[in-house]
Design a binder for this molecule. Structure first.
Ligand SMILES: Nc1nc2c(ncn2[C@@H]2O[C@H](COP(=O)(O)OP(=O)(O)OP(=O)(O)O)[C@@H](O)[C@H]2O)c(=O)[nH]1
Ligand SMILES: [Mg+2]
Length: 409
């Protein structure tokens, strides 16, 4: 990671902006060409009436790739900040995409409420003065208020206190130190897991189970994951193992259609979720699927029968595909703050979890709960969601998260 000076990075951002603008123009022209070709093709197809049915059923070519990058916005603060975060991670100008800029802008905006809760107030209080024991007390209160959790807060404050005993710490240096400490907390379970970035392993069947209480965003997250995965050229399949809620299958099919991913379901009443997973595994094996995403019903961690159901799903997987790589991902709604943390703790006790996905970071002041999940539940955060759109989910990146959390404007 490089530290670049603000002047250079502004210039860097301006160059990146110009490049993206040019690329967008080229893509638009390409898209128009594809559209014209498509219309021509449709015209021809119309003339071949007898082939139409067949073509529609089996052989219809996939839609030409539409311009799925968002529009490039203004060259403003958001763009500059996002470009700087990418530059600091060693990205080259020609490696960045509008998608990444767009996501970082969303992330920063999403964390705005949380940030307002403590950083802005902290920076106001600190001004340019060095940190004092009193300002640490203020920081402590603000961190707790942002749902960072007692343990993480204690850790950060005592590190800062030690540093303060050794040297004078200016406001800016204090924030830099704080960022480093927060990042350490988030990175610990990720490092412990031995996997920095969760991606499906090629050549194996990867099965990701999404679990969590009602309404936290499991199905939406699964839809976004299906999009990410199929867009990254992993053969993807969805298992609709939420047989509890009547509309669940339909909801999943809509998501599946949006990313051309099939959904395996069983529409009969009271279908057994484990049986759906059984069918989905058969299908996945036949089709050489890389990633099978399993949607499950929302459940309270206290409901034993539902927790048993999860165990049953896992048993089926173990039996049918013992060499599959299974991830049990707990979906947590950030806006639930400490309540979400409690859920995570209970789930971690009764379900064998391997990671967490934090959703609804947009519009909550409780984004700090991500730190509590890392510190107190010891779960690596794998993805974060900040919006209801198909692209509003990205692999978790602790550097980007902490930068967005502590961005000063
Ligand atoms: N703002 C925002 N809303 C989200 C996000 N993720 C999910 N939602 C919304 O949360 C609501 C519940 O989402 P679902 O995906 O149906 O949640 P679920 O966990 O599958 O719910 P059950 O199946 O009933 O347990 C929906 O209205 C989603 O659009 C997010 O990151 N941001
Ligand atoms: Mg659901």
């Amino acid at each position: 990671m490089t530290n670049i000076d603000p002047e250079n990075s502004r210039e860097w951002a301006a160059q990146a902006y110009a490049l993206l603008k040019k690329r967008q123009e080229e893509q638009k022209q390409e898209l128009q060409k594809q559209e014209e070709q498509k219309q021509e093709l449709q015209k021809q197809e119309k003339q071949k009436q007898e082939l139409i049915d067949f073509a529609n059923k089996e052989n219809i070519p996939r839609q030409p790739k539409t311009l799925d990058e968002p529009e490039l916005g203004e060259f403003d603060n958001n763009f500059t900040w996002s470009a700087m975060v990418l530059a600091a991670q060693g990205k080259k100008i020609d490696q960045i995409s509008i998608d990444e800029i767009d996501w970082l802008t969303k992330l920063r905006r999403g964390l705005e409420e949380t940030r307002k809760g403590f950083v802005t107030e902290l920076l106001d209080k600190l001004g340019d003065d060095p940190l004092t024991p009193e300002s640490l007390d203020d920081l402590e209160t603000l961190l707790i208020r942002a749902d960072v959790g007692i343990d993480s807060t204690d850790k950060v404050i005592s590190s800062l206190r030690t540093k303060l005993n050794e040297e004078v710490v200016g406001g800016e240096a204090g924030i830099k130190f704080l960022k480093k400490e927060l990042k350490l907390i988030i990175d610990k379970p990720i490092k412990n897991s031995g996997t920095d970035l969760l991606v499906p392993q090629k050549g194996k069947l990867n099965i990701w189970l999404l679990v969590g209480v009602n309404g936290v965003g499991k199905t939406t997250t699964l839809g976004k994951l299906a999009y990410l995965s199929s867009n990254s050229n992993y053969k993807t399949l969805i298992a609709a193992a939420d047989t509890f809620r009547a509309a669940a299958v339909e909801q999943l099919k809509v998501w599946g259609d949006r990313s051309n991913v099939d959904v395996i379901s069983n529409q009969s009443k009271n279908a057994d979720p484990a049986a759906v997973v059984f069918d989905a595994i058969n299908s996945a094996k036949k089709r050489n699927v890389d990633l099978l995403l399993v949607d499950t019903a929302g459940r309270l961690q206290t409901k034993n029968n539902l927790m048993d159901e999860l165990a049953k799903i896992k048993k089926i997987i173990d039996k049918k595909v013992p060499d599959a790589i299974v991830e049990s991902l707990l979906v947590l709604d950030a806006s639930q703050g400490q309540n979400g943390l409690k859920q995570a703790k209970s789930f971690a006790k009764s379900a064998d979890l391997s990671g967490a996905i934090i959703t609804k970071l947009d519009g909550t002041s409780r984004g700090g709960v991500s730190l509590a999940v890392s510190e107190e539940v010891n779960l690596p955060i794998r993805f974060i969601g900040a919006g209801e759109g198909i692209k509003d989910l990205r692999p978790f990146n602790s550097y980007e998260f902490v930068e967005a959390l502590l961005a000063d404007k």
